[in-house]
Design a protein around this ligand. Structure first.
Ligand code: ZN
Ligand code: ZN
Length: 356
């Protein structure tokens, strides 16, 4: 069907004759076609996309008629095809399929062996981690929309405006300026609430002396952007300044370390060491970053639990933070593209402390 499905078959050929992909995100990743219903078969001769009548015409336009089948006859078509092609083993997504779907496959395709080991998921993950030039372009386009929203929001932040109003303004601006959707629910937290890494924007009004942390992103052509900035209103204390500079130094240490071949564990450690040395290690609870793509959180992760190596073409966030309970918090997040020599920062937004 395309380069991505060909590469998937290469990766599964040693343990399966075909892969059957049901999950919406993986179907979208491999076909570029978004549909709430469908199944994708990848086998030696190519790939077939099954979907229902709501999507058939659009799918034919996008993928070409020869690749599209009606999902009403999914299992009958598969039985016939498996017989004709000698397909005996079919790999399934063990991290996505529901038990009910698995039972249906077993019942409808009694003649084939199903492979529910990690191998298909690992093959898919390996492909999804390395972004094509088009995927990079879409991610950057999404990020540019988010950056314009940042420029737009700065003059909007003033005493009396609520967290919810800031979040809504960011979201409206992105949707009004080319975003197809939001990457995730916008985080806009201020003052004592900024110590909650994933706080929900509320009716709290912004006051002078507050830190305001905004974590948000745009969705463009199926790809997610993700950025965080923390800005201050009116004035900052010495402690706020110190924490901000520590988080920024931690983020820069990790960014400077990123390149093809380094581990997700070590990339996290660069940021974590800076924060620990400054005495705030206990207040940095989450991992330093994550991949982005057709989902907002993907592999590889930058974290103490990460067992993966970063490679050219990975896009990862770098987002250390310090959160002092009952006081305030700071997080700064950029997206970076891993290259042979280092990384390209995909986030073109200032990071020095902004006091509005
Ligand atoms: Zn984020
Ligand atoms: Zn993130």
């Amino acid at each position: 069907m395309n380069d991505k499905t060909d590469k998937l078959f290469e990766r599964i050929a040693s343990f399966a004759d075909a892969a059957l992909i049901f999950s919406e995100t993986n179907r979208f990743y491999f076909t570029g076609f978004a549909a709430s219903d469908g199944a994708l078969l990848v086998y030696k001769k190519g790939a077939l996309f099954f979907t229902d009548s709501r999507y058939t015409e659009a799918a034919c336009r996008k993928l070409g008629e020869t690749f599209v089948r009606d999902s009403k006859t999914l299992f009958a078509d598969l039985r016939a095809l498996f017989d004709a092609e000698g397909i005996r083993t079919v790999a399934l997504e063990n991290d996505r399929l529901t038990l009910a779907e698995y039972e249906t496959v077993k019942k409808e395709l009694p003649a084939v062996q199903t492979d529910i080991s990690d191998r298909l998921c690992e093959a898919v993950t390996a492909l999804r981690m390395v972004k094509s030039p088009e995927e990079i372009e879409k991610t950057v386009a999404a990020q540019r929309i988010a950056e314009r929203a940042f420029d737009h929001i700065l003059p909007f932040i003033r005493p009396g405006v609520t967290e919810k109003e800031i979040a809504l303004e960011l979201e409206y601006f992105m949707l009004r300026n080319g975003a197809d959707g939001l990457s995730f629910e916008t985080i806009a937290v201020s003052g004592v609430n900024s110590s909650l890494p994933h706080g929900v924007p509320g009716d709290k009004k912004i006051e002078s002396g507050d830190f305001i942390t905004m974590d948000y992103g745009a969705l463009k052509d199926g790809y997610h952007s993700d950025m965080t900035r923390t800005v201050a209103l009116g004035h900052v204390s010495e402690k706020q300044k110190q924490i901000y500079q520590t988080v920024l130094a931690a983020q820069q240490a990790s960014l400077a370390f990123l390149k093809d071949g380094v581990s997700g564990f070590d990339a996290d450690k660069q940021a974590r060491d800076v924060i620990e040395k400054a005495g705030f290690g206990a207040y940095f609870g989450h991992g330093t970053g994550h991949g982005t793509g057709v989902e907002i959180h993907e592999q590889p992760r930058l974290s103490p639990q990460s067992k993966r190596t970063l490679h050219t073409g990975n896009i990862v966030t770098v987002e250390p933070g310090i959160y002092l309970p009952g006081e305030f918090g700071v997080r700064i997040e950029d997206m970076a593209l891993i290259t042979e020599e280092g990384c390209v920062n995909l986030t073109a937004c200032p990071k020095e402390l902004i006091i509005l």
